[in-house]
Ligand binder design. Structure first.
Ligand code: MF3
Ligand code: CO
Ligand code: CO
Length: 257
């Protein structure tokens, strides 16, 4: 069942989503060579608690930390730790989910560490475009398949591949609700989009092949060919007019074209 949020629930979704978004804004100043992903986890953890919320990943199906930190060839669900020390030229995704007033807000961003090669900058920029153009399809009467169709077209157009095993998702009182939002697809297929739905769009785009491998820790997903992967994620509300990005940061354009 896909939940349709009431105006009261939408207000609560706005609050938790704003906190998740603000956490990404806050953490950026600490992302530099020499810092460990464990330190970044602790800073996010403290920030979220100070704002009266709980970090949804912590103990979620046994996940041991408060955010996911996915470095370079890590596609998603990287576990923060003391041994992963950022170095110049890395790309790092931080995925923040907050639980505030009984609602979850979920967002992630791929950051540059120091000076990043133009090849990787291109990957990150195209991944952001994939997410934004996917979001741009969302309006009452559109279909979930329209999102993946656009993302797939852009990524493949640049010679990149799209991860198929991990998806966007409905979000609200639960971290992961229906519908699944696959990042590949065909226009006009899948669930019809309706006002009051809230879901994430979070494409993972690989420099090389799409195939992944789950590491022995049971969480970390890496590319099979060890080439880099990038991701961006927003929580979206479907409105009567189209959509609203609940996790938009001040640095981002409201309208993307
Ligand atoms: N935040 C991730 C998502 O976008 C899910 C992380 S699950 C965790 O859906 F357990 F790894 F935190
Ligand atoms: Co998500
Ligand atoms: Co997330």
């Amino acid at each position: 069942m896909i939940s349709i949020k009431s105006s009261r629930e939408i207000d609560l979704m706005r609050q938790t989503s704003a906190l998740a978004s603000n956490t990404l804004v806050y953490i950026e100043q600490f992302i530099k060579p020499g810092v460990s992903t464990e330190e970044l986890n602790q800073l996010c953890h403290d920030y979220i608690l100070e704002h009266g919320a709980y970090p949804s990943p912590l103990n979620y199906n046994g996940f041991p930390k408060s955010v996911c930190t996915s470095l370079n060839e890590v596609i998603c669900h990287g576990i923060p730790n003391k041994k992963d020390i950022l170095k110049d030229g890395d790309i790092l995704n931080i995925d923040v989910t907050t639980f505030l007033n009984k609602f979850h807000g979920d967002t992630n961003k791929t950051f540059y560490v120091g000076n990043v090669s133009s090849e990787l900058q291109k990957l990150v920029e195209v991944t952001y475009k994939c997410m934004r153009e996917g979001i741009n399809t969302v309006k009452p009467g559109s279909h979930i398949g329209d999102i993946g169709a656009v993302i797939q077209e852009i990524a493949h157009g640049h010679g990149y591949s799209v991860v198929e095993e991990y998806c966007g998702h409905g979000i609200g009182r639960e971290f992961h609700e229906e519908p699944q939002v696959v990042h590949i697809g065909k226009k006009g297929t899948g669930v019809e989009v309706k006002p009051g739905m809230t879901f994430t769009i979070e494409p993972m785009i690989n420099l090389g092949k799409r195939h992944c491998k789950l590491l022995g820790d049971g969480w970390t997903v890496i590319t099979k060919d060890k080439k880099h992967s990038a991701q961006f994620e927003h929580t979206i509300l479907v409105t009567e007019e189209g959509h609203e990005i609940l996790t938009l940061r001040p640095e981002e354009p409201v309208v993307f074209s």
